[in-house]
Design a protein around this ligand. Structure first.
Ligand code: HEC
Length: 155
């Protein structure tokens, strides 16, 4: 109990030293809204893949999903502010490497953003073979970031 309390005090003191860092509650809220955004992104991408697998893919569902993915690709740049990383007791799968290797993380974000533009263009053109190829590329940009910057689900 005492141990836990002193740990909390140390963490609070640590956070207080960095004025620009998000407070505990603030960080939880940031994490919550980024996870919501990522779930919506996951759902949109799943809808794309479900349609592409179907024998009669609905282009309008893919168009709608492409728009959501593109919106997420722009919004993601605000989803990982300093101070919203992992700390004991925080529910996040974001790895500390996001903040210790910001250039690599930005590269992963940019790869996703660039691919979401290419995907959107293929959807506008409406050729399913091309859409399929770009959806695959897009999926690789998700995995590319998750492999390095997200805690493995199996752990
Ligand atoms: C630049 C890095 C990056 C890219 C690109 C990225 N993600 Fe993620 N994703 C993360 C991180 C980090 C988390 C963990 C966030 C957390 O728990 O705070 C995550 C979590 C998620 C989650 C889990 C949300 C939950 O319920 O906990 C889903 C679903 C997801 N991403 C889907 C996707 C899909 C689909 C794509 C591509 C279309 C994608 N992500 C692209 C970094 C990324």
């Amino acid at each position: 109990m005492l141990k836990k309390l002193s740990f909390t005090l140390i963490v609070s003191a640590f956070m207080a030293c960095f004025g620009g860092y998000a407070s505990g509650q603030e960080a939880q809220d940031i994490i919550k809204s980024r996870v919501e955004g990522l779930r919506e992104l996951g759902a949109a991408f799943k809808n794309v893949n479900d349609e592409l697998k179907s024998s009669s893919p609905q282009i309008y569902i893919i168009q709608l999903s492409a728009r959501q993915i593109r919106t997420a690709a722009k919004a993601q740049y605000d989803w990982f502010p300093e101070g919203s990383g992992p700390l004991p007791g925080r529910k996040t799968k974001a790895k500390a490497e996001i903040w210790t290797h910001p250039d690599d993380f930005k590269t992963a974000q940019d790869a996703f953003a660039a691919e979401s533009e290419k995907f959107t263009k293929s959807v506008a053109a409406g050729d399913f073979n091309e859409i399929r190829a770009e959806a695959k590329q897009l999926g690789q940009t998700c995995g590319g970031c998750h492999r390095t910057f997200r805690v493995d689900d199996k752990r």
